[in-house]
Design a protein around this ligand. Structure first.
Ligand SMILES: Nc1ncnc2c1ncn2[C@@H]1O[C@H](COP(=O)(O)OP(=O)(O)OP(=O)(O)O)[C@@H](O)[C@H]1O
Length: 420
């Protein structure tokens, strides 16, 4: 180790969170995780990651902890893999004179209402939207757009609270639920505003942008309505050149309009008959194992690229399609229970044995109750497959996920009965 530190301010709890620290260590820089609750990240203890417990929502306390680390060794970069802490990490990096995104731009971007206004103002395609702070306003907006509409919080991630509402009663009920929330899922005060949006029904994609360069386009699979759980991705998306161009150009224009353009941005879009429309720009690296799929399909390590950017180095983003990578997430059809340890291990082994499957994993413990997914937290496991062509990769990932599904038992106790 060179003695230099990379400060990681909180992390994402699933997916690529732990890889940020690993890539830093592989690059000869010591990662230090600053977080309010180290117990939230079991991987930190498993990987022997140095951790500093500090209230990261308290600017002064965080700065004191950062200053102590600065006094100890040269701090070479500041980064986070959690969307919730991108503005915090950006502010700390700026205060230390280190590379990072524009703190004000990422703060504004994280407010979906503000983001919509900026994008619409810049002429970037977005769904019709209304920002409301009372139930009656939500119902009026829904009638104006025409039902169904999407009702969602102005902040958040992982599709939490995002719902398709079919009629005025559903709009009112969901708006009431969202407006009643005083804190978000990280326990931070939630704004008392929500978005009502025109429902875009075209196929969904994401464009992974780095700086202002579109690196790769991803095809996304969304589970059963009325919720929007991402249940699979194919990398790269197989698209006609014109659609690919429209998605990439729209994504880059969105990033530029928002004043981003440092490091990774994950831009979600839907392809409508009227063109590519932005669902959301996330000022961070993609979740959902997408960086891992991109690494396997295109040979580009986006996690390493993000770490290098934080350290002020120039990452290699040379494009190439070496393979096709697909992921499918396991979700429960209804309330059920995971089988016992032996059967679970066997199921995972069978999924791993499917030709072209390179990874199969179940995130939960044997005997744990499971239920239908409402958001990303309802995903129980995944399979990743890699092949030379799109169809075999997708089919192998599907087949692996179908085998994993045998780990869920619906014939024994329901989750409610098991807990009673
Ligand atoms: N106006 C819309 N029309 C169609 N689908 C939508 C719309 N808004 C949201 N969605 C769907 O809901 C999903 C989650 O929405 P959104 O990206 O706004 O929430 P999020 O919590 O930030 O999720 P993520 O972290 O996955 O980006 C989208 O990926 C999309 O499938």
């Amino acid at each position: 180790m060179s003695g230099r530190l990379l400060l990681l301010i909180e992390s994402n709890t699933t997916g690529t969170g732990r890889l940020f620290a690993r890539r830093a260590a592989q690059h000869g820089v010591e990662p230090v995780l600053l977080c309010a609750d180290p117990g939230r990240y079991p991987y930190a203890a498993e990987d022997g990651l140095r951790t500093v417990a500090v209230d990261t929502a308290d600017e002064a306390a965080l700065w004191t902890a950062v200053s102590e680390l600065v006094g100890e060794a040269p701090v070479a970069g500041v980064l986070t893999s959690s969307e919730y802490y991108v503005p915090t990490a950006a502010a700390v990096a700026a205060r230390l004179g280190l590379p990072g995104p524009e703190a004000e731009a990422v703060r504004a971007c994280r407010d979906k209402a503000e983001q919509r206004r900026v994008l619409a103002g810049a002429g970037v395609g977005v769904p019709g939207f209304a920002v409301v702070d009372e139930v009656a306003g939500a119902v009026v907006a829904a009638a104006e757009f025409g039902l169904p509409v999407v009702v969602k919080p102005v902040q958040g991630s992982g599709s939490l609270g995002v719902r398709l509402c079919a009629d005025a009663a559903e709009v009112a009920e969901h708006a009431r639920t969202l407006l009643a929330a005083t804190v978000n899922e990280r326990g931070v005060a939630a704004p008392r505003r929500i978005l009502v949006e025109e429902y875009l029904s075209g196929p969904e994609f994401s464009v992974e942008v780095f700086g202002t360069q579109a690196v790769v386009t991803v095809a996304k699979h969304v589970g059963p309505l009325p919720v929007f759980v991402e249940v699979g991705h194919d990398v790269p998306a197989s698209l006609p050149a014109e659609s690919e161009r429209a998605l990439r150009e729209t994504a880059v224009r969105a990033v530029e309009a928002l004043g981003l353009g440092w490091g990774a941005a994950h831009v979600e879009l839907r392809l409508e008959s009227t063109g590519a429309k932005v669902i959301e720009v996330n000022p961070r690296l993609a979740g959902g194992m997408i960086p891992e799929l991109v690494r396997r399909a295109c040979g580009i390590d986006l996690v390493l690229a993000q770490v290098l950017s934080a350290l002020g180095e120039i990452p290699e983003l040379e494009r190439g399609v070496y393979a096709r990578a697909s992921i499918r997430f396991l979700t429960a059809e209804r309330d059920g229970i995971l089988t016992h340890a032996g059967a679970l291990d066997e199921t995972v082994a069978r999924a791993r044995a499917v030709p072209n499957v390179v990874d199969a994993v179940v995130y939960r413990v044997p005997g744990e109750p499971v239920g239908p997914a409402e958001d990303f937290r309802g995903r129980i496991g995944h399979t990743i497959a890699v092949a030379d062509h799109p169809a075999p990769a997708a089919e192998a990932a599907d087949r692996g996920a179908a085998l994993l599904a045998e780990a869920v038992s619906y014939t024994h106790l329901t989750a409610t009965e098991a807990l009673a």
